[in-house]
Design a protein around this ligand. Sequence first.
Ligand code: XMP
Length: 540
Amino acid sequence: MTDMDTIVVLDFGAQSSRLLARQIREAKVFSEILPGDTPPEKLKALAPRGIILSGGPGSIRARARACDDAGAPKCHPDVFHLGIPVLAIGYGMGLLVREFGGEVTGVSSREDGACTNTPACTRAQTCDPVHTLEILQIKKEKPLFSQLPAGVEVRMVGQGDRVKEAPPGFTVMAATANTPIAAVGNDERRLYGLQFHPEATPAPAGPAILQNFLFGPCNCRPSWTPGSFVDRAIAGIKQEVGKGRVLCAFSGGVDSAVAAVLAHRAIGPQLTCVFVDHGLLRKNEAAEVQRIFAEKFQLNLIMVDAAERFLNRLRGVVDPEEKRRAVGEEFIRVFEEEARKLGKIDFLLQGTLYPDVIESMMEDGQSAKVKSHHNVGGLPADLQFKLLEPLRLLFKDEVRAAGRELGIPEEVVWRQPFPGPGLAVRVIGEVTPERLALLREADSIVKQEIAAAGWSRKLWQSFAILTGEKSVGMTGGQRTYESVLVLRAVTSEDAMTADWARLPYELLDRISRRVITGVPGINRVVYDITAKPPGTIEWE
Ligand code: XMP
């Protein structure tokens, strides 16, 4: 991506760097997260328009808190001497100030480095200190604080470093009541330091500060748009694949759909998609996939009806993990059989996204490929593919934007995540064709009502679960003894945590009535009000 204006975010705290990277991209500038200790020569070779040192739990002072020893990355002071504009936040500001001869000290309550999380501290999750809100008093508007509303509240970096004296040649640009030096800058060198988190400062001020840095000192052009990354991805695939052949395990989810349509635009018939219908899909799902992608987009799509095979394999299986294993193994086997029929394949197309790439990079320190390799670990060694991952630089919302740009229908672009083992983990107990049919009908009603009420996009997931329980009821004056259905609807950012959705009573009522009157075999609907944690999103 060297031909494009890029901002590198050096990571000293995962949460902060991701937020920064996303907000930069929202300003239509490409951003890339790299480990905090990335060597300056590598940064120079990438020629970014600017570098941001994300805030993090590290401290530059000798009396570091116990948890700082747990691996806070070391930043090379040379990053400040590359001639590239730098915005250094918190820990980075301390480094900047010290590098140019200023003075950094601690603040009272944290002066002794008391870390309340020790000894069980796992740095990334528990050590992020409390951030206080303070009002920013601007002393020098340009370049970072132009056109900011008065009385902006900023979220201060909570760790113990504070700048006591700005280095020679640096101006104090802002203060707060408790922090006399909240921002410093040297316009000639284009180096800036902030003692607060711009990415966590409420809009419009936070984004405005970042944009002032991007379009001021860094002189970026706002060129990272859905259209531009679609064009780049297509050109990239063409170049990487050449005359090779590409295979895609097509699920119909937004990631695989966008990856496949991009690849199709790039290399047309060199791409073959295989959709394995394991019989554990939702109502009409396979037919919809065929209608949209084979008919509308003209993808070379092989539909494999393997329902019977999966159901046979699942007979008598009740343990959730055993179900997962059975479906996973069978899937690999079916996919492998199809791949062999196709002859020599050079690439396997995968919808790996940027958060996975960052995660692998941070775990591994160097290689950004670790996790994606694991994803194909189940395929036999003689099926040797290279990986093709056209979405590996995109966040989920950018994948959706690309999908829209490519003309993929909204229902696919906004499709909720669906687990690989499908309805097998939503039929509690044994999976039989009858019980699957019951769940499919009920689930389809849930989907329709949630969509009609305008709730689909507000929810991470909404679905039905068929329990193994029966309850007594009355229908048309007749006693019934039928299955209990659970309705699950959750909000979430990333599925790591989730909350149960506060759906309107009227909507719950409509779903319950339609299911009980419309799906013979279900006579009771209950709503799951369990958050994650302690619950999980799926029941199995
Ligand atoms: P849990 O139930 O762990 O789910 O809170 C978190 C997210 O992961 C999805 N999920 C799966 N996805 N294979 C998948 O591909 C699985 O075995 C699986 N189990 C859960 C779930 O739907 C939710 O979005």
